[in-house]
Structures are given as C-alpha cells and as structure tokens.
Design a protein around this ligand. Sequence first.
Ligand code: 8GT
Ligand code: MN
Ligand code: MN
Length: 336
Amino acid sequence: MSKRKAPSDDNCNSDLCDLLTELANYERNITKNIYKANAYRKAASTLGHLSHRVKSGDEAKELPGIGEKIAKKIDEFLTTGKLQKLENINKDENNIAINLLTRVSGIGPAKAKELVDSGIKTLEELYLHENLLTHHQKLGLKYFADFEKKIPRVEMEELEQIIRETILKYDDKYIISLCGSYRRAKSESGDIDVLITHPSFTSSDKELKKDTKLLNNVVDRLREIGFIKDTISLGPMKFMGVCRHPKDESRPFRRLDIRLCPCDQYYCAVLYFTGSDLFNQNMRAYALEKKFTLNEYSLRRLTSEGVSGEPEPVDSEEAIFRILGLDYKKPEERDL
Ligand code: 8GT
Ligand code: MN
Ligand code: MN
C-alpha cells in the first residue's frame, strides 16, 4: 500500500489530518507501535470525513476514534499552530531519514532503520549503495519520484481500457476488476490494483494452481504492447510491477498490481482488494463477532471451538454483507 494518503478532495480539517498522519507514521516507522499508529490513522480518517471544521479538542472527543490524548493534541495545535511533540520528532535527523527512506517502495521501517544506522540518510547515498537493496527496493528507488505522483482518475480510466482490451482480445472469458481506491470512486489513486479470474479456474484445481499460466500469459500480452515496463515480482497468482501508457512517454511510470484468483473466490477477493484497509479491518472484526471468518479467499462460519467450516457460497459482494447481516455498502462508501 502507498505510504502517504492524500487528504480527501474537500477536507476542511486537512491540516489536522496531516498532523495526525505524521504522528501515525512516527509510531509506525520509529517506535514501531502499530496500535498507536492505527489510532492516529483512524482519528485522521474521522476528521478527514467531517464536513465541518473542528473547533476544539472537546468537540473532537465526541467523534469516533478520538480519545482524551488525541483531543489534547488537537487543542494544542488549534491554539498554538504547532505540536511540540512533532517539533521535537522532526528535529531528529535520523527520524527524518527513516521517514524519507520508507517512502521508497519496498523499504519498510526495519530496513530503513538498518540503512540509517549504517549512515545512509539520503536518496543520493542510497544510489551509491544500491548493492544493499533488493530488486524491489532498487526499482522503488529508480521510480521514486514517479511513484509519489497520484494517478488522476481520467488516466486511471484510460489505463483500465488498455488493460481490459488487451486481456479480452487475448481471451474474452477473463473477468477483470480494477479495485483499490479507483473502485472506491476516488478522484486520484496511488497505484493500479487489478484483479482477474477465469471460469476455467476454481479453488478445487489444487494442482493446477501452481502452474496455471492464466496470469503469466496476461502479463506477457501487457508487456508485448509496451504497457508493462518493469517487473518487481511475478508468481502464478500475483504480479507486481511498473507500467505506463504505451503511447505517451511523457506520462509518469505507475505501480501496477495484478492478482489472479479462482473464480469461486472472486467476490471475497474483490471485497478485500477494494478496501479501504481500515474498512476491511472493521468488517473482519465484525465478522468475528458474528462467528465468521472473512479473508481475501472466503467467508466461513466458525464452530463453537473456533474452527472454520467450509466456505459459504458467495456469488456477489452483496451476498457477503447479507450473510453477515449487514447493510450493503457501495464501494464509494467504504472509503474509511
Ligand atoms: P491507493 O490509492 O493509495 O493505492 O489506495 P488503495 O488502493 O486503497 O490502497 P492499496 O494499498 O493499493 O490497497 C488496496 C487494497 O489491497 C487494500 O484494501 C488492502 O486490503 C489490499 N492490500 C494488498 N496488499 C496489501 C499490503 O501489502 N498492505 C496493505 N495494507 N493492504 C494491502 O493487496
Ligand atoms: Mn491502490
Ligand atoms: Mn496496490
């Protein structure tokens, strides 16, 4: 997932969201406190979806996911225009360097810290020590500037058309969904999340799974037309790589993910890859309360011993909500 989420288009609390997102990144990258990081992310998300400007910490405290401590920080920022905690964090050049390096695709907090501990604190220094990087991280560095650029929705629509036409021309039985933020109707996206399946491929084809060429062949076609430009990784079920509009070299390079799934697992996969990841977390937690387990493959009932049963038959996203006793949420309503 991309590491810096843009504030939503009409966000009247965007300065507070940025503040909380910075705190979330600090907890994730530096202190490795994922619990706190998630708390800040949720608070940022709540404020980002508010249609009015928050005026005080006390007011914010009434909102979901905002407790005493975050409310105090909001107050401090609203009254002084800054947050001392963040000022201190941002004085530390190691923190700054770790934050920078984790923006390289493929570099996580642990690797970033390792690099900074060995004295590498800038992208220039990283270029000089490329031998320390994996193939993925090298490509992350190569395309650093382009990967930070958001993809406007009009371009997403163009890229979708190229992907669909190319795949369906090769075999018109493929079923294709563009998921992620694009499916949630966002006006711009960080990457392109493609999910494909084929009626000939079901989860009972156990031995077929590892040597299916269904994904490989699609990747070959997209490479042939000059759309796929680099490969980060390619397995039988998952491609990660780099693409660009084949007829326009002035465009930035874009991150492209393509996943293949068995057709009986398609709707669980569509749900999962549409996200948002906060929405998925909430839905999984809710499923567990209802004694179900939900993941990208299936929805299964749990026995009283907590053992998961056979997958529920699922023939639409709606079915998943229905089985869990939830009102259906359209993709654009899942943007937590
Ligand atoms: P974006 O516009 O920044 O790309 O936003 P996005 O499309 O919502 O995020 P994404 O990172 O592209 O992930 C899309 C969905 O894929 C998420 O809902 C998430 O559940 C799922 N997902 C993956 N891989 C990973 C991963 O490595 N980390 C996370 N957090 N989510 C992932 O497929
Ligand atoms: Mn995405
Ligand atoms: Mn993605």
